[in-house]
Design a protein around this ligand. Structure first.
Ligand SMILES: *[C@@H]1O[C@H](CO)[C@@H](O)[C@H](O)[C@H]1NC(C)=O
Ligand SMILES: *[C@@H]1O[C@H](CO)[C@@H](O)[C@H](O)[C@H]1NC(C)=O
Ligand SMILES: *[C@@H]1O[C@H](CO)[C@@H](O)[C@H](O)[C@H]1NC(C)=O
Length: 209
């Protein structure tokens, strides 16, 4: 009997030593590596590390796209580190546009909470899949593909994308071409666009070269 209890106790203590690591809250002061940030010491972790309140408020959409993307990626929400998840908030004014963009590191699940959103993506085979979504409807955008969202009708719209990575990344096609220092001759040569259009868009979006 005594041996039995000793055995059970040793089993219990060995399992407690072998507990899996439940989480790895990012220590944002550490290096951001492809496998994530180093973990905050468990003694420093609090409930607040697992909660993000930064998407509760509507963002200012007074800008050229009449829309705003507010990220809740690991840099904003350290509790996501290592969990292969993140989110964002899309605020669109009437007619607002999230221009063609990709998330190189994640699939996206878009959840529409308000308004009507025309959303779509372009496959690698150059087929367009698009749909007008309303409140409560969801659409998926496979990893790496160019996609867009537009508020249709006279109402503003609100949606929350969820991503299958804490590092989804975001590259906006027009910003890559016209807000960067990719030179006008090279943009013209590689896109076949008219140089006057390239110069105009660079002027609007702040590109150089
Ligand atoms: C953990 O908490 C201790 C004591 O408050 C502090 O000195 C230390 O810098 C913290 N470490 C991190 C990585 O936040
Ligand atoms: C929204 O942004 C615009 C342009 O930056 C600014 O003029 C305006 O005051 C902002 N509105 C609010 C409510 O902050
Ligand atoms: C663009 O700018 C970056 C830094 O601002 C510089 O390192 C890079 O060489 C530039 N590229 C070209 C093609 O000018």
């Amino acid at each position: 009997m005594f041996l039995h209890i000793v055995f059970l106790l040793s089993l219990l203590s060995s399992t407690s030593h072998a507990t899996v690591q439940d989480f790895c809250v990012a220590d944002l002061k550490g290096a951001d590596t492809p496998s994530g940030y180093p973990c905050k010491p468990p003694a420093n972790v609090t409930s607040d590390d697992f909660v993000y309140t930064g998407l509760a408020e509507a963002a200012n959409v007074t800008n050229i796209i009449n829309a705003a993307v507010t990220p809740a990626f690991v840099a904003q929400f350290p509790g996501l580190n290592g969990l292969d998840l993140s989110a964002a908030r899309l605020d669109l004014g009437p007619g607002g546009v999230i221009p063609l963009h990709t998330h190189p590191g994640a699939n996206e699940l878009l959840i529409v909470l308000q308004g009507h959103i025309l959303a779509g993506f372009i496959s690698s085979g150059n087929i367009v899949y698009q749909k007008v979504l309303k409140k409560g409807e969801l659409m998926v955008f496979p990893q790496g593909l160019l996609h867009f969202q537009i508020a249709v009708g006279k109402r503003k719209a609100l949606a929350f994308p969820v991503f299958s990575s804490a590092f989804p990344g975001l590259q906006i096609l027009d910003f890559a071409l016209f807000a960067s220092n990719f030179s006008t001759p090279l943009v013209t040569q590689t896109t076949f666009l008219d140089p006057a259009i390239v110069k105009k868009l660079k002027g609007v979006l702040g590109g150089s070269g």
